[in-house]
Design a protein around this ligand. Sequence first.
Ligand code: HSE
Length: 315
Amino acid sequence: MLRVKVPASTANLGPGFDTLGMALSLYNYVEMEETGTQGELIIEVQGEGAASIAVDEKNVTWQAAQAVFQVTGCYPTGLHIRLHNEIPAARGLGSSAAARVGGLIAANYLVGEPLVREQLLALAVGLEGHPDNAAPALMGGLVAASFTERGLLYRRLEVPAGLQVIVAIPSYELSTQEAVRALPAMIPLRDAVFNLGQACLLITGFLTQDWPLIGQAMEDRIHQPYRAPLIPGLEEALKAARAAGALGAALSGAGPTVLALAIEEEGPDQGNFKHQAQLKKIGEAMREAFYRSGVASTVRILSPCAEGAKLELSS
Ligand code: HSE
């Protein structure tokens, strides 16, 4: 059975609503094979979301595979999909983008790879409706993207070494649709200008490895304030992460996960040990802040992931 490994992703990174996303070191695996029986569909799910993910035509990996079959006109004879998920579902860590990207790549391979990555990206972004999870899931690294009249304009950046990501993942799910419905149709010009400044400075911070600048340029005024009522403890967790020494913190994608960034200082092992303690302290501060708001959460320490979705063929 062919297998695709797809990274999680964090979208927005604070000010980059629907435009910035970064791949993370947490993975979903999509396996796919032809069954040989016309019309047969078998979907199995293990791991995160196993109890709630659809195992029929509503499954987003199956829908992504169908998109490939329809575009190419090549259809397998029956389909068996097996999902092994490490990315928590509906928490703002790009689980649906990973499921879709995995489905696209696996299906494309199954029918002889007629589509190139650019075409798979266009399909993934079309299915997602926004590029900031799909693009890093497919390409890895940090991706800036914008819809233009000529299509999707995007660039991928390497994330500087040493950057680490601490996430506090609340125990409840928040659907992206619900988090999108919380947004207003229009925002004040001054808030748009504020976010433009922050997003430009954030990318400048990444390009010049200016860590303090990254920390100061993760503020947002166009989605987080409107989503805060849906996410008890959000403001408190953001503040707690910064107070505990994070460079900066933001809502991960549409939430409810909160993400904090920290930088590993160069130095001997002792420094590294101190760094691990610092990461744990930031995570614990976020977890406690959520807890004080009545929300249980799990903390994970992750790294940015340079590699995008990858086909793994077993012999
Ligand atoms: N940019 C999207 C949003 C990400 O914030 O709604 C959804 O995962």
